[in-house]
Design a protein around this ligand. Structure first.
Ligand SMILES: Nc1nc2c(ncn2[C@@H]2O[C@H](COP(=O)(O)OP(=O)(O)OP(=O)(O)O)[C@@H](O)[C@H]2O)c(=O)[nH]1
Length: 288
């Protein structure tokens, strides 16, 4: 799949984030629990060097729980505090504040030795598009969160949101660009919706989802779409036949008979993105 990017946007977003990073102690990175590696931009490791780090496996409500546990282990081993998350909920503040204490232990100790007690940790949220950054900030901030002014950062239009007496959050997230080192990464990002649909080929995405689903989550996919058909003719492609069956079941037909591949592909992709197929992850950590 060919995907075009706009270096102008990328450079601007990167510069804005570099400025904001100077103001914070802690970087809260959001990634998609269904594809945690594809959903990151590895540049963040360099950009956030020297900062405390947390990673949030967001949209965990849509991901395979076993895979998410394996990813938590993976990130913990890399020294990054992981938290699994459904950012639309509002019940995770305590888990976040507790995680911040672990991630920022060194800074808190350093402050304590200098006699500085209870100085709030300053954090910012970063992540690629559509990963849930705004939802997370809004849920964490809640209705009662007070915005604090008169501090660096505010001059650029940013505000600090007081989450807790120990935690202040920049209200504007840093946007990381997804990085396509290979086509497989691009495809995973397309599946989860982190790339604008206008530049994507929906049929390729749906084809990929069905092939992947058949190989890895056969029960869930067959429960939703019926059994994978066995081709009578070996030249037929079972995934295409499956798509045709699904189109027939759902009335995705052109002129009453022909399969409307665009329409059925959009439905399959939407089913996956909204969790109607079930909890499905697109990658698991490689065995050590
Ligand atoms: N199922 C599920 N959906 C979520 C979760 N978090 C966010 N969403 C949905 O994902 C979509 C994108 O969320 P946003 O908060 O706008 O994402 P963002 O990272 O700020 O997006 P950009 O503004 O494009 O950078 C919205 O439709 C949210 O409702 C989650 O944990 N679970």
């Amino acid at each position: 799949m060919q995907i075009q990017w706009y270096p102008g946007h990328m450079t601007k977003a990167r510069r804005a984030m570099q400025e904001d990073l100077k103001l914070v102690d802690l970087v809260m990175e959001l990634t998609d629990a269904r594809a945690p590696l594809a959903g990151r931009n590895p540049d963040i490791d360099k950009l956030a060097a020297g900062k405390a780090r947390m990673i949030f496996l967001n949209k965990a409500d849509l991901a395979d729980d076993q895979a998410t546990l394996a990813w938590m282990d993976y990130f913990r081993k890399k020294g990054i505090t992981p938290i699994r998350l459904d950012a639309r909920k509002t019940n995770f503040k305590k888990a976040v504040v507790d995680g911040v204490k672990i991630a920022c232990q060194e800074k808190i100790e350093r402050d304590r030795r200098k006699g500085i007690l209870n100085r709030p940790i300053r954090a910012m949220v970063v992540g690629i598009p559509n990963v849930g950054k705004s939802t997370f900030i809004n849920s964490l901030a809640g209705k009662t969160a007070a915005k604090t002014g008169n501090k660096p950062g505010v001059t650029r239009g940013n505000q600090w949101i007081k989450i807790d007496k120990q935690l202040e959050l920049l209200d504007t997230p840093g946007i990381l660009w997804p990085k396509f080192d290979d086509e497989a990464i691009g495809m995973k990002l397309a599946c989860v919706g982190s790339i604008s649909d206008e530049v994507l080929n929906m049929q390729e995405i749906a084809y990929h989802l069905l092939s992947y689903g058949k190989a890895n989550y056969n029960q869930l996919f067959e429960a939703r779409y019926g059994a994978v058909p066995q081709p009578d003719d070996e030249r037929d492609n079972e995934i295409v036949l499956w798509m045709e069956n699904i189109a027939r079941q759902r009335g995705c037909l052109k002129r009453g008979a022909e399969t409307d591949f665009d329409k059925v592909s959009a439905q399959i992709t939407d089913d996956f993105r909204s969790g109607r197929i079930g909890k499905v992850s697109l990658e698991v950590p490689k065995q050590a």
